[in-house]
Design a protein around this ligand. Structure first.
Ligand SMILES: NC(=O)c1ccc[n+]([C@@H]2O[C@H](COP(=O)([O-])OP(=O)(O)OC[C@H]3O[C@@H](n4cnc5c(N)ncnc54)[C@H](OP(=O)(O)O)[C@@H]3O)[C@@H](O)[C@H]2O)c1
Length: 332
């Protein structure tokens, strides 16, 4: 039984980090730009790395165990380990009464996600998958722009990203860490398709799998209630293209790198073009983190932007795409 601090609706949000790696560092960079929030505790599997992180980002408490982090005097935990451990960590955090923002992909599969969402509900805590693009200034501006100068309903999305530059020891190369392009890069694509096209109807996939058991090239197309998407991910090719949103009255190109969006061009039927440019600051995790802090302050248990239903849709799309290629993770 984990004893824990649970604070009634805090205004200043104290964060703990589980997994002080690459994403953990970017979270700390972003948090520095979030008003009324601070990093109060960190737990990592390797104590030296957790201490180095604490020193680098001025974190006052280094926890020896996950249970210590769950019991710490904090309001929320940011989970930035690999996806194979997300469920266990989220369940421990929620059970101890902490709000949880968990890196994408939230869980290994829909079954795990359903279990974690049920725990969030039963403990009355906020759970949100960390999905940064919709909180970026460019994405918000694009939505506003299309409201005031519309192209009609988006009916087709095309997006991809393959990265052959990742080092051989990068986590996405390993099945035991729930790797592969679909799990690593696919969440952003699944988000884009679901966000513009609505709930998922079906998925078709082609691809190849490495001897280590992860997908190294995946082409998947998904049918949604309002249209269709063509998506790709890869670990053995390089492609950092635009994302395309097509509608009857025009189309949008969200330019490279569309998952950290800063520029978009809206093309209209009458050949008009509108260029949008909105840079982001502090690494870009600051926007979703600020949103999450506001939800805590307003006693919200679900983000209206990254809803639980949206996360379930993303999990379903990714699971469907990778299992079609025969990619399964230990324990599945
Ligand atoms: N939103 C984004 O832009 C973004 C960018 C990158 C990654 N991510 C996501 O963030 C997550 C982590 O990726 P990353 O690139 O940051 O990985 P990383 O740099 O390898 O960091 C992973 C962290 O998790 C810890 N860890 C690994 N296995 C563990 C275990 N079994 N128990 C406890 N801790 C464990 C690692 O500890 P050790 O130091 O001991 O290995 C390390 O602190 C993934 O879900 C990824 O998809 C998101």
């Amino acid at each position: 039984m984990v004893s824990s601090h649970v604070n009634p609706t805090p205004q200043h949000i104290r964060w703990g980090v589980a997994g002080p790696g690459r994403a953990g560092a970017r979270f700390a960079q972003g948090l520095a730009a979030v008003p009324a929030a601070s990093l109060a505790a960190v737990w990592g599997r390797t104590p030296e790395r957790a201490h180095a992180y604490a020193q680098r980002f001025n974190v006052p408490q280094v926890c020896d165990t996950l249970n210590d982090l769950a019991a710490a005097n904090i309001d929320a935990i940011y989970v930035s380990t690999h996806p194979d451990t997300h469920a266990e960590i989220c369940l421990a955090a929620l059970t101890a009464g902490k709000h949880v923002m968990c890196e994408k992909p939230a869980m290994l599969n829909e079954r795990q996600l359903t279990e974690v969402l049920a725990a969030a509900r039963s403990h009355g805590r906020l759970f949100m998958e960390a999905m940064k693009p919709p909180f970026f200034p460019l994405y918000r501006r694009l939505r506003e722009h299309l409201q005031s100068d519309p192209i009609g309903p988006v009916g087709y999305v095309r997006a991809g990203h393959a990265d052959s530059s990742l080092a051989p020891d990068y986590p996405l190369h390993f099945a035991e860490l729930a790797g592969g392009g679909i799990m690593g890069i696919g969440p952003y694509e699944a988000f884009l398709a679901l966000d513009w096209l609505g709930p998922l109807k079906r998925v078709q996939t082609m691809g190849r799998v490495s001897p280590a058991g992860v997908d190294t090239l995946a082409l998947f197309q998904s049918e949604h209630e309002r249209g269709m998407a063509q998506l790709h991910t890869g670990l053995d090719l390089l492609s950092r293209g635009d994302a395309l949103l097509a509608a009857p009255g025009g189309y949008v190109m969200i330019h490279e790198n569309w998952w950290n969006p800063t520029r978009a061009t809206v093309h209209y039927l009458d050949a008009r073009r509108v260029e949008l440019h909105e840079p982001f600051t502090h690494g870009g995790f600051n926007y979703e983190t600020a949103h999450f802090c506001d939800l805590i302050r307003h006693d919200q248990l679900e983000s209206p932007e990254i809803t639980h239903e949206l996360s379930i849709g993303m999990a379903r799309l990714l699971e469907s795409a990778r299992t079609a290629l025969g990619v399964r993770f230990p324990g599945e």
